[in-house]
Ligand binder design. Sequence first.
Ligand SMILES: Cc1ncc(COP(=O)(O)O)c(C=O)c1O
Length: 460
Amino acid sequence: MARERHVDAEVDYQALAKRHLWLHFSRMGAYDRGGEVPIIVRGEGCRVWDDHGNRYLDALSALYCVNIGHGRRDIAQAGADQAGEIGFFTTWSYAHPRAIELAAKIAELAPADLNRVFFTSGGGESVETALKVVRQYHKLRGSPLKTKFIAREVAYHGTTLGALTATGVTGLRTPFEPFTPGGCHVPNTNLYRLPPGQGAETLAETVRARIEFEGPETVAAVIMEPVQNAGGCFVPPEGYWRQVREICDTYDVLLISDEVICSWGRLGEWFGAQRYDYRPDIITTAKGLTSGYAPMGAMIASDRVMEPFLEGNNSFVHGFTFGGHPMAAAVALANIAAMEDEGVLENVREHEADLRAMLDSLRDIPIVGDVRGAGYFHAIELVKDRETKASFSDEESESLLRGYLSQELYGRGLICRADDRGDPVVQFAPPLIAGPEEFEEMEAILRPVLEEASRRVGSR
Ligand SMILES: Cc1ncc(COP(=O)(O)O)c(C=O)c1O
């Protein structure tokens, strides 16, 4: 039995966190002024506990990662066992058995001819890698001007300076400009708020228009998520991906499917592209690959993308020391094996309609404007007026999301995400082992909190 090591009673974790830990995307001043840092110490299945012993339903899978659920010692053990054999060796010019096995396993599960796996340490590195590989690919094929990439508005593709160029959230970009040139954006598939003059069936054509506008000889790739997270789970309309694929083929533009969230069962398939039946040239992934038990990501390339890199002395001049780390690879293999053995994807397919039905049942609450998503990846959009779809001012959104909803939901034991990178939404992505019992627990917390939020802002 492994030794339990949650918290040491002698240590003042709050004080040390406030003094020394820099939380990501966090207003640290709020903690400095007395706010309490939430400290999560233990997890099991769909639930986690904080340092006070309070229990929470983790309806966000620790930021879309813990697909297999918390507290799996067997998956962690695979990393420990690997460390005893070879704890680390790099994939710069060398290989080791776990990286080889994992690359072959990923290629087996990935769609079409996506047979080549370049490992990274996370999602942003995977996107960065994809954006670099498409540029070098076109240069090697004699199209050096093809350097631009087209992403979608409000999409999040990571925070490294390259990935940030694809990220379409103004507030995350402005503090770090200027960027490397090349990032362009088109409308996303927010079907609840279609841009003026657009029908759902014409959205893919905005990609063509942008390629034409930029000049096809300058465009390297299109990068999109199967279901866009930021803005609140924008699903593609019927035929969208088929059209985008055709447009990319027309202009010799590569298609990158950013599946940092949407792979490893999140949409009920190994990869999101399989759910919507399209063939990307590149998939970027991370998070659920190891169910978060080790930091790891991957850029998966098709045989066609790989081709010029196999010629002569060519090489992809890019790498990360820890890409393909043996312990992370062993953890990923154990995670995928557990997902296969335990029918985790089947669980998502069986119960995604239950999750959706529970969220749809909240539509009688005036603040619930829209419910959308796929698989175990859904969002509720909050509105002031359902009739007109009127949203909130920045101040209203601030006091609604940060002043009430986030704290109240957490206080009542539900971890989900109240977010306003686009219009205000609450997002849900429970571990893929969740089922009706967890959805009932979510509803019991969501209903009174959303009803109170409705009253506070006078939604109708
Ligand atoms: C679609 C997408 N791409 C890239 C990233 C960046 O991943 P990471 O935070 O692991 O760098 C994320 C993170 O949430 C993401 O959702």
